[in-house]
Design a protein. Sequence first.
Length: 411
Amino acid sequence: MPDALPLSGPQLLERFRALDGFLLEHQEIWRPRPFNLLRLPWEARHAELAAWLRRRSLEDAEAAHNQPERLAAPAPFGALAATSLALGETGELPAADRPQAPERFAVDVPGRKWQQIRQFASRLQFAGRPGHWLDWCSGKGHLGRALAHDGTPLTCLEYDAELVASGQALSDRLELVARHRLQDVLAADTADRLDASHTPVALHACGELHTRLLQLASAAGCRQLAVAPCCYNRIDSDDYRPLSSIARASRLQLSRDDLRLPLSETVTASARVRRQRDQSMARRLAFDLLQRELRGVDAYLPTPSLPVAWLQKDFADYCRDLAALKDLPAPAPRDWQALEARGWQRLAEVRNLELPRALFRRPLELWLLLDRALYLEEQGYRVRLGRFCASQLTPRNHLLLAERVTHTVCG
């Protein structure tokens, strides 16, 4: 079977419609969060799968986390996995024939981030040579410098004054034609910072930040742009507002909580961070059982993010203090060790019950990416969507390349 190609042209709409149908049909599986519910809506219909998942260990769940499609689980898991793989497949964008930035440009850049930058930069293949790079939400401007190493002018927009100053110093030291500007890209005057001569680039700009770029760049008539989106849930509304007319016409309505699903895959956490995460979640799941008793309400109660120091507390004190924080009655003495053990058992169940839901991480992310691609097409761009690096380097490894369509008139 030949390698998949990046999506472009009619494939964008065809894939969007297929994903839309798949996500609509199986909402019962991917919308409910096992962390919040003692029993999931789909368990009655798929009792064998649910029972099989609930018997598995936490270690079993961790082994399948990043590749749930490979899990040999009872029906309908296999069929869903096969469809997920087929609909979530995208090709790798071809590498452009241009020199990479010298290694001295990697000063002050974390190793993983520098690899992402190099891979991103290597895929920027446009028909016309960019004449002025615009690094959107640039931080210190590491991406922009990697692109402007050949002397192409560069503008960096960043809202943190300290990062702007540090970035300008780095660019000056490398003798680049670069201006680092203090700018909140969500502010009304941001449109004044873009014009048709710019080629905007954004590597992992979150939610509202990258959608704002797509809107302003297309309105400004930018000839080219390249965006690798991230954190789709970072929006200023409770519900997702689609960009394209096609996505707006869909019956699929997404909440901000739904938009977190594509981000639930983790590949970079250290062993220490994973241990802390597991302990925190096990304790919260144990407290969830306790709070249902204390309130006399069999429903999940959201709790705030807690400092890591809370994990050093005795479990009984943890529960008493969290109950007080949520204005709940003080819990009566009980077998705290047994309750904490139930929390760990629930964590294993939750992680395994998340695996069917995990099959929809990539399809939902691709639906969101295609909404952006179709929007850009509606604005007059030719769009390519594909991978710019391996998922082990970053799970957010998709890149939108857009180039404005020009029409020539024959005399």
